[in-house]
Design a protein around this ligand. Structure first.
Ligand code: ZN
Ligand code: ZN
Ligand code: FE
Length: 753
């Protein structure tokens, strides 16, 4: 058979992920000669040999090492040159390089086997890793991805590690964080007064402390966790008190899948999610009688659970510890602490002990959070394990910086047709988060060699992200309406330019008319949008204060429907501070601090308060989350609502829903039935409005976005009804429906300008 030569160019996450050794092995297996090389675009390969062997090699490329992600392969056939061997060539340095950077990946099976093998030289070594696993994004300070550009640069490899690192057939070939007990990072245990605990085994000592009910701050991959025994109520309650966190649920880390199954209902999809190499926190239905301290997740029927993802985590579950609270190391709403000095100063009053190590974390990155949904998944937070892997856009364009929104912020930088979305940054309400945002943008610009020509921002003039954008020295600045950006971000995931229908339901967003929007039915394309309809506006008594005190919104609805509602004999009214309300009512009448809003999130809040489920909240979205958890499968009742036309748009009047709920409350119907009927009604609102939109525009593609769609009961229901009515429904799958998606939508708009 004749010999042929093939030149192969591969783009994607192919550097620092064991791709070259994989190519090397594949070439030897097929008796091929030539070379492989990392360059500015990815990996380039030349192979020559018998035609059938070359073809076998090429098809073998489609199952690369686990972390690698092939985006594009280009093959060029040339005449053979007569190579003598196959070699791994030295990397080319190039200008304008774009090598994708891998997220941090959970410890792989091979490394775990070594970790627990007494004969292995890395037996019980907490920093074991290889080309298929370990830290990446959180330790990189610059490109190219070489050890010198990571926080491992201060550790010099011992001869044994170095030989692994340089040997093409070794599974640690060019594993930049490669280390062993001889040459790598080490653990140290401190008391909260900064005194080192003398022990030959900090891990064993930590396990003993946890068992004794101590709270330990543990340095992880992207920041510090606060850990404690999840079965000890006094301890978990103590952690809550010290952290000033009233009832927002704590995440759990469980020893293995068996433990998860003993606490939660786990189906095949959830079990894949929780065991995936990204290892997100997965929100799962909690089993009745699950042996977990009540303070882990008060008022919740679910638990947020993850499995160990670093060697250190695996060691901590060595003996007798089954489930640990593993919550972000921070004080109330500050971002997660990731520097040692910061940890000792800010967490001193929370943790009793500190388990730290000398491998520095360069970039803060929280745990990702997902919720299983039908055959797919809804992201609540996209961070570790996913960032900074880009979202592929349908179009190439100029370099763009999109600043996102101020709650659940992410930013996004584009280059070519890649959108590099940041990890979850958080709520822009303190200095720490804002500087995290600014530093993150600088890092992404550096890592992906991006110089923005456009900067995109929300229309909200008081957003920190907007003001940041305004202050930049960038040629062109573009404002994009919040809910339009929501819709566009979902379209970006599907590469759709529209026109299409979009239903965006969230808590708050700045509207073009200066009022608060959030129950929006739009016709959208990448060029612009039309507001086809929205929820009828209601004044928010006290403005932002109403977000924290949903009873205010409930009272505003009752006031609008019944006028003086004191005579309504329902528990909500009986427990209302009527004097406080009459003052607020006057302010609303005088239009003082009572902005009009069409927010669907606030309607959920109102119903939650009306049912006395949650009259005031301790964390954003709590009222709606608890309302969702009450729903009962099988209940099919619905409440009436009205849709009328006003100045060319459709207005949804939810007042009949509230009236019907009040009636049900008077009939002593159970809150769980009422909650379900309410959810069913909103699904009907969505479907009726979509039909109106279709009649107006002839469009039947629908994109769903907005924080309200974190409610998977509503999302599934709406999806089913829309599907049954002939709509093509599109939901978020790679990014969250909440404001974490805004930056992608903003970038998508700019790239199509
Ligand atoms: Zn590994
Ligand atoms: Zn070593
Ligand atoms: Fe939003």
């Amino acid at each position: 058979m004749e010999a042929i030569r093939a030149c192969v160019e591969i783009k994607g996450v192919v550097q620092g992920v064991g791709f070259r050794p994989f190519v090397y092995d594949l070439a030897l297996e097929n008796d091929l000669k030539g070379w492989v090389l990392n360059d500015e675009k990815g990996v380039t390969i030349e192979i020559e040999g018998k035609k059938d062997r070359v073809n076998k090699f090429l098809s073998g490329l489609s199952s690369p090492p686990p972390i690698a992600r092939i985006e594009k392969t280009a093959i060029l056939y040339l005449s053979p040159l007569g190579y003598n061997d196959f070699e791994i060539k030295k990397s080319k340095e190039g200008e304008g390089k774009l090598a994708l950077i891998s997220p941090d990946i959970a410890t792989c099976k091979d490394c775990l086997n070594e970790l627990f093998d007494p004969k292995d030289r890395r037996f019980r070594y907490p920093f074991i890793n290889c080309t298929n696993c370990g830290p990446r994004f959180t330790i990189i300070a610059n490109v190219p991805y070489d050890r010198d550009n990571t926080t491992m640069s201060s550790f010099t490899m011992c001869p044994a590690c170095s030989s692994e690192y340089h040997s093409p057939s070794n599974r640690r070939f060019h594993a930049q964080p490669n280390a062993c007990p001889e040459c790598g990072p080490t653990l140290q245990l401190f008391t909260n007064s900064g005194k080192m605990v003398t022990t030959h085994d900090p891990v064993e000592e930590t396990i003993a402390l946890l068992k004794r009910g101590k709270i330990v701050a543990i340095k992880g991959l992207g920041g510090f966790h606060l850990a404690c025994d999840a079965t000890k109520e006094e301890v978990v309650a103590g952690l809550r008190a010290r952290k000033y966190r009233e009832d927002k649920p704590f995440a759990l880390m469980c020893r293995d899948l068996e433990v998860v199954k003993s606490l939660c209902i786990v189906d095949a999809l959830s079990s894949n999610l929780i065991s995936s190499r990204e290892r997100p926190i997965v929100i799962l239905p909690r089993k009745i009688g699950a042996k977990i301290a009540p303070s882990v997740a008060p008022f919740q029927k679910t638990l947020g659970v993850m499995l160990p993802y670093t060697p250190l985590h695996h060691l901590l579950f060595g003996q007798g510890v089954d489930a640990l609270v593993m919550t972000s190391g921070n004080v109330s709403d500050e971002p997660i602490v990731f520097k040692d000095t910061e940890a000792f100063s800010r967490l001193r009053n929370i943790a009793d002990f500190f388990l730290v190590h000398d491998r520095e974390i360069h970039t803060r990155c929280d745990d990702s959070v997902v919720k299983p949904l039908k055959e797919t998944v809804t992201f609540l937070r996209r961070a570790r394990g996913f960032a900074p892997f880009p979202i592929k856009l349908n179009k190439k364009g100029k370099h763009i910086l999109a600043c996102g929104a101020d709650l659940k912020n992410t930013f996004c930088l584009t280059k070519g047709d890649y959108a590099f979305m940041s990890q979850h940054i958080g709520d822009m309400e303190n200095f720490e988060t804002m500087s995290s945002f600014e530093q993150g943008i600088e890092l992404f610009k550096q890592l992906f060699q991006i110089t923005p020509e456009f900067v995109v921002h929300d229309l909200h003039p008081d957003y920190f992200s907007t003001r940041y954008a305004m202050g930049l020295d960038v040629p062109k600045k573009i404002g994009v309406q919040h809910h339009f950006a929501h819709a566009l971000s979902c379209m970006a995931e599907y590469g759709s330019v529209g026109p299409a229908l979009a239903i965006v339901l969230d808590g708050t967003g700045y509207g073009e008319d200066g009022t608060v929007w959030g129950g929006e039915f739009l016709e959208v394309s990448v060029q612009g949008y039309t507001r086809l309809g929205h929820l009828k506006q209601i004044p928010l008594p006290g403005g932002d204060k109403a977000v924290w005190e949903p009873w205010r919104i409930a009272a505003a609805y009752l006031e609008r429907i019944y006028g003086d509602f004191q005579e309504l004999h329902i528990p909500f009214v009986k427990e209302l501070d009527l004097e406080r309300w009459s003052q607020l009512k006057l302010a609303v009448k005088a239009r003082i601090n009572a902005p009009l809003c069409s927010s669907m999130g606030r309607l959920f809040d109102a119903v939650s308060a009306l049912l006395n489920v949650r009259r005031s909240v301790n964390y954003e979205g709590q009222a709606a989350v608890e309302l969702e958890q009450m729903v009962k499968e099988g209940e099919s009742g619905e409440y009436p609502f009205e849709i009328f036309e006003q100045k060319g748009s459709f207005i949804i009047d939810p007042d009949p829903i509230i009236e019907a709920i009040v009636k049900d409350i008077k009939l002593k119907e159970s809150p769980s039935i009422i909650s379900t009927r309410f959810h069913n009604s909103i699904a009907q609102v969505i479907s009726r409005m979509a039909k109106k939109g279709r009649e107006e525009t002839g469009l039947s593609d629908v994109f769903l976005s907005g924080g309200v769609f974190q409610n998977t009961f509503l999302l599934e229901k709406a999806w089913d009804i829309l599907n049954d009515n002939g709509f093509r429904v599109h939901i978020h799958q790679q990014i969250p429906p909440n404001d974490g998606c805004i930056s992608l939508g903003q970038a998508f708009y700019a790239i199509h300008l």
